[in-house]
Design a protein around this ligand. Sequence first.
Ligand code: NDP
Length: 298
Amino acid sequence: MSGARIIDGKALAAKLRERVAAQVAALAGTVRPGLAVVLVGDDPASAVYVRNKNRETAAAGMASFEHRLPEDTPEAELLALVASLNRDPAVHGILVQLPLPDGIDSAKVLRAIDPAKDVDGFHPENVGALWTGAPALAPCTPRGCMTMLAEVHPDGLVGKRAVVVGRSNIVGKPMAALLLAQHCTVTLAHSRTQDLPGVCREADILVAAVGRARMVEGGWVKPGATVIDVGINRIPAAEEGRTRLVGDVDFAGASEVAGAITPVPGGVGPMTIACLLANTVTAACRLAGVAEPAVRLL
Ligand code: NDP
């Protein structure tokens, strides 16, 4: 029987989408936020993400532009598309779905996106802004995690010990930057970290972004800690030939010990697209030179 509060990502994401839709409605006549999503190739998982992004963008009342390019698209052609989206005044957010096919330099493509339209927050200018405290577009998954933490800790995170397991540019590093900005004492752990269970046991806030099914055990969790499980891992299900999703945290064990914990699925995952929409509104307002409409906060 779980003792921890389960942080409901689906419900929080729905609230965030509602807030975004209210902002979009309040901006009518001033600017209509527009998001362009570029998909190169036919990776089935990426195609599902792109479909969901377009559906949710349109549902929030924003303009949605989808660009599908074949697997063998030359890098120069993709760069030309990014340049035209940079110039398009109807587009305020540009997302190039990763991973890109072999032969295309992802870093080069991400650097080609206008930082003001970089709603994924991967451009070096936004990365630098995030670490130096300048206004930045923060990557969507870490931003979603911070929204969940704000829900559990309405009085803030000042002075808390935070451990982030995983140091990717997409999740781990920006997560550490956002926690630091909220005055946590942050440890960024990775595959070379010694005594990872001991490091994790020090955490008031434990974020797992590793990509290894149920690696973080209940015994690694400090009693009462808040556990954010970013991992999405597909494992064989009980039924023959089926699979199911689990996180990087052993949910059953950890929820006995934690104070609050995100489930997988239904935790961080749904927050990511909602934060993408929120970043697009932020970008549109900055580009239009207007303040973000102050609607009811979460
Ligand atoms: P990466 O593979 O880019 O990074 C994984 C990180 O985990 C690396 O820093 C690696 O360390 C570290 N790591 C790997 N093995 C161990 C280990 N045994 N002990 C400690 N650290 C280890 O993954 P991402 O950051 O892109 O994604 C992480 C997870 O989050 C994945 O499951 C992914 O599917 C999921 N994800 C979920 C999203 C969502 O919307 N919910 C969005 C993005 C990702 P090192 O650097 O030393 O190699």
